[in-house]
Design a binder for this molecule. Structure first.
Ligand code: KG4
Ligand code: ZN
Length: 321
């Protein structure tokens, strides 16, 4: 069964087709218009999705052929309301016009499904969803059965990368840029705090403020300082994420973890997890940031069970698993 998936939850207009675990297409257009603001402007994001969605879906189905698609998956939440509306309305129209079912996918669940393209992971496993909007620890009992055990109390990990990038006068989104300049910095140069919050929760706002105060205390920002700040900040985020992963893996006696979402493409995170005794699974970096393929993978699971969404499905900016 060929499934078309679409995601317009934030600032990427994306669509992709799968047949089982085979990716037939994966088209992602990241909106650059937000870079001058240092963060996503929801109204501009929604307007840009409207401009791009038809073209992106056309490209995703170009070689597949519209008539060969048996089902549609689309993100209905969580995300930005206006942006979600564009994808959901488009998917409903296409589903109606082609007389094929559609399934409204939870964006967090879609990120978890990005693991299954390349990996078969024994259940239960622990999923760490780390993106611009989410930092969540979830026990995946099986596909479709989740227990959220921890979340961020303030900023998401990706959001912290984006905010620190802005503080350093760098561009948006900041994750990849910070990672790049951190390569020439020393991770132990500055001892930024690792928040100690209860249970399996996370907190990054103290770290962000520590970077801000450190910057204020510096007379001039030379290039090498920026890389030391980036490397030390990145180290603090990575250490905080790994500490909670190890705690959850030990307490629940589950040694398998899947790390998904934009921050999962971070190489330092991947490297440091190698020495922890945990079996860590990552999606291909192309499938870490938002994409239609992961949505199609998730929709495929439900459509296969003849679970369809009704045409009156609404977007939900705060949908939970
Ligand atoms: O999953 P995603 O595309 O969007 C959300 O669902 O939020 O994640 C985007 C986030 C951004 O905050 C971006 O800065 C971060 O992922 N990111 C990274 C890296 N690549 C993207 N953070 C750290 N290291 C990276 N290599
Ligand atoms: Zn995402």
């Amino acid at each position: 069964m060929i499934v078309l998936g679409m995601d317009t939850s934030c600032d990427d207009t994306s669509a992709g087709c799968i047949n089982g675990n085979n990716i037939l297409s994966n088209i992602v257009l990241s909106q650059v218009l937000h870079s001058e603001y240092g963060g996503v402007i929801p109204e501009l994001a929604a307007r840009d999705h409207i401009k791009q969605i038809s073209n992106i879906v056309d490209r995703a189905i170009d070689k597949v052929g519209l008539k060969n698609i048996s089902g549609i998956g689309v993100t209905f939440g969580p995300g930005l309301t206006g942006s979600l509306l564009v994808g959901l309305s488009f998917a409903k129209s296409l589903s109606y016009a082609l007389s094929i079912p559609f399934y409204g996918v939870n964006h967090i669940e879609a990120h978890i499904f990005s693991l299954f393209i390349e990996h078969e992971i024994e259940y239960p496993f622990i999923a760490l969803v780390v993106s611009g909007g989410h930092t969540e620890l979830i026990i995946v009992e099986e596909k479709g059965k989740y227990k959220c055990i921890g979340t961020t109390l303030d900023d998401a990990a990706g959001e912290a990368f984006d905010k620190v990038s802005k503080m350093l006068g760098l561009s948006y989104p900041g994750g990849q840029i910070i990672e790049e300049i951190a390569k020439s910095g020393i991770p132990t140069a500055i001892n930024f705090p690792r928040a100690d919050v209860p249970g399996y929760n996370f907190s990054f706002s103290g770290l962000k403020t520590a970077v801000l105060y450190y910057l204020k205390s510096q007379k001039s920002e030379v290039r090498s300082q920026k890389s030391n700040i980036a490397a030390s900040f990145q180290e603090a985020v990575v250490d905080s994420l790994i500490a909670k992963l190890i705690k959850a893996a030990t307490d629940f006696k589950i040694k398998r973890v899947g790390i998904v979402g934009g921050v999962a493409s971070n190489i330092r995170l991947r490297q440091k997890l190698k020495n922890t005794g945990i079996d860590a699974y990552f999606p291909n970096p192309k499938l870490c940031t938002d994409n239609g393929v992961m949505v199609a993978m998730c929709a495929n699971f439900y459509l296969d069970k003849c679970i369809f969404s009704p045409y009156n499905l609404r977007v939900s900016s705060s949908a939970s698993l």
